[in-house]
Ligand binder design. Structure first.
Ligand SMILES: [Zn+2]
Length: 564
């Protein structure tokens, strides 16, 4: 390769740093060097499609995608492969499934019918509902099927090595797990029962290396979640007739696929957990350096959880927030931005319901965007560079030459409460000059999407502080709450508004100052009175913006109802 030498200066973004570290490792390790020469840098992730997939897994997908992108930006030949572990056994019912699915417990997911029509299998349904969203999230992945890889015989070589070294693998299991655990006794291969089709219930007890067959039993009590049929037989372990147990499979994938990077959630990285066992097997049995962040010697650091409202929720319980469902709260672009901006080692706790977290996310995104386009200057040059790189890596479509029109989310949320919906809100933005008349369809779509999310936020998730209804007239009760001084200040303001058909927000601000000076009322009292009159609340969105949103004429009409 004719790439420039390693840059001694540290990169500004975590994904760029990882790319550089991985490049260095490949230069230093002869095995990795050969793999990379042949296949390029494979950034790999995998997921069992056991049900609706949690956003925590989505965090991993964006992280891997981002690393592969950062590598390509450095001129490295890199791609992200995501494999569906669709030959894993169905081991837990979830609440979305009919009771009739109990009979499939123990069967590989790819051999179970889809709970929804139109999909090849259970595995296909749950996996493709996620991958269908990849374009929205800007994830570029080559989608593979682990079951298919077995069918094609890709694992045949590692299966033979593993079975020939079964004692070594059993020893590794006993090093990490409690005495008597199943991995310390059985052969590292689970055939699919030829009689009942289950894979979760088979126990391989003999490997005939000369004939290359394994003897196995389909046991009634091997696991407590599925019952085997009692069949006993022998079968070739190759070409998809069975699979490795999970931890062995993890290790076998690395040399088979040629993986340079594969990180995982920290639940896999506990001492003695699946990653420790896989690293030992990769090193001692397959003689292959485990992918970043691990090495032969060191497990490295996993990525942190993505929790919703402080809870880490699991997929199989059917609880929590799914990868697919997250776009109910915010557009995929913003969720990707959140994941790109946050270092993988930091916990993300996102509680979109009844909080201002969504506002903060939009504000943070808009700020990054302004910094990217040099519309907002910040003193810290390093931070500015970081924000710009975050913007690049979060961007799904090619970045536009000019900055998109930003409608602050709080403004959007106030506006849709006045207009009732996104469409009329868009018209109001054009009418008030926030948006030019001649914008492209793409620009319009972008703004309407934000208004629609604002509408949904107000309707379903916003705290009461952000909700209001514009008064048609000032109620009698409200009048009672307002002092005479407040009423006359508001009427004075009304008179000033009447002098010109359309004041700008700045001019409106000047009018408020005049009213405060002339009437002698404290500014705070004036604002309180104005919000009470217009919204029946003591607080609200920025008053001058609110007046523009309600309309100057309508504001005048409301204030006029203060007259006796
Ligand atoms: Zn069976």
């Amino acid at each position: 390769m004719t790439q420039q030498k390693t840059n001694p200066k540290r990169d500004i973004h975590w994904a760029d740093n990882i790319a550089e570290t991985v490049r260095k490792r490949a230069q230093e390790d002869p095995i990795l060097k050969k793999v990379v020469k042949q296949k390029g840098y494979i950034v790999y992730d995998e997921k069992t499609p056991s049900g609706r997939i949690h956003i925590g897994a989505g965090r991993g997908w964006v992280i891997h995608d981002c690393i592969a992108k950062a590598m390509r930006d450095k001129g490295m030949r890199a791609k992200f492969i995501l494999s569906s572990d669709d030959i894993d056994p169905f081991d837990k019912m979830n609440k979305d499934l009919p009771a009739s699915y109990k009979k499939y417990l123990g069967v590989p997911f790819r051999n179970i019918p889809s709970p929804v029509k139109g999909y090849e299998s259970f595995a296909d349904y749950y996996f493709s509902e996620c991958t269908q969203k990849f374009e929205e999230y800007g994830i570029e992945a080559e989608i593979q099927s682990t079951g298919h890889a077995y069918d094609k015989g890709l694992f045949n070589r590692t299966i033979k090595i593993a079975l020939d070294n079964a004692d070594k693998i059993q020893e590794i299991y006993s090093r990490f797990s409690r005495k008597g655990s199943i991995g310390t006794k059985r052969l590292p291969f689970n055939p699919i029962c030829e009689k009942c089709g289950k894979i979760g219930t088979t126990y391989a007890y003999e490997w005939d290396s000369a004939r290359e067959v394994v003897k196995y039993r389909c046991e009634a009590n091997l696991v407590d979640w599925a019952k085997g049929c009692g069949y006993e037989g022998e079968v070739s372990p190759y070409d998809g007739l069975g699979k490795f147990p999970w931890k062995v499979e993890w290790a076998a994938k690395w040399p088979t696929i040629g993986v340079s990077v594969e990180t995982a959630g920290k639940d896999h990285f506990t001492y003695g957990g699946s990653r420790s066992v896989a690293i030992a097997i990769s090193d001692e049995v397959f003689d292959f350096p485990p992918p970043f962040p691990s090495s032969r010697k060191d497990i490295g650091k996993a990525y942190e959880f993505f929790t919703i409202g402080g809870k880490k929720m699991s997929t199989s319980k059917g609880m929590g927030v799914s990868f697919v469902g997250m776009t109910d709260y915010a557009p995929a672009t913003l969720l990707r931005y959140l994941l790109v901006k946050t270092r993988p080692h930091a916990v993300i706790d996102f509680d979109p319901v009844g909080t201002n977290k969504i506002i903060l996310l939009y504000e943070s995104y808009d700020r990054t965007e302004r910094i990217y386009y040099d519309k907002e200057r910040i003193a810290n040059e390093k931070e500015a560079q970081h924000e710009k790189r975050v913007y690049e890596l979060s961007h799904v479509d090619p970045i536009k030459k000019t900055m998109p029109i930003q409608i602050p989310f709080t403004y959007a949320a106030a506006l849709v409460q006045i207009t009732g919906d996104a469409g009329p809100a868009m018209d109001a933005l054009v009418r008030t000059g926030h948006v030019p008349v001649s914008i492209s369809a793409g620009e319009k779509k972008y703004i309407v999407e934000r208004l629609a999310y604002a509408k949904r936020w107000v309707d379903e998730f916003a705290p009461d502080d952000y909700k209001f209804i514009v008064s048609k007239s000032v109620s009698g009760k409200m009048k009672g709450d307002l002092s005479d001084a407040a009423v006359s200040a508001l009427l004075l303001f009304r008179d000033k508004l009447l002098k010109k058909r359309e004041y700008t927000e700045n001019e409106c601000m000047e009018l408020i100052k005049e009213v405060v000076n002339e009437s002698g009322i404290a500014p705070r009292q004036f604002y309180r009175a104005a919000y009470l009159a217009l919204l029946n609340k003591e607080h609200g969105p920025k008053l001058t913006s609110l007046i523009k949103m309600i309309g100057q004429k309508e504001t005048v009409l409301i204030l006029t109802t203060l007259e006796k």
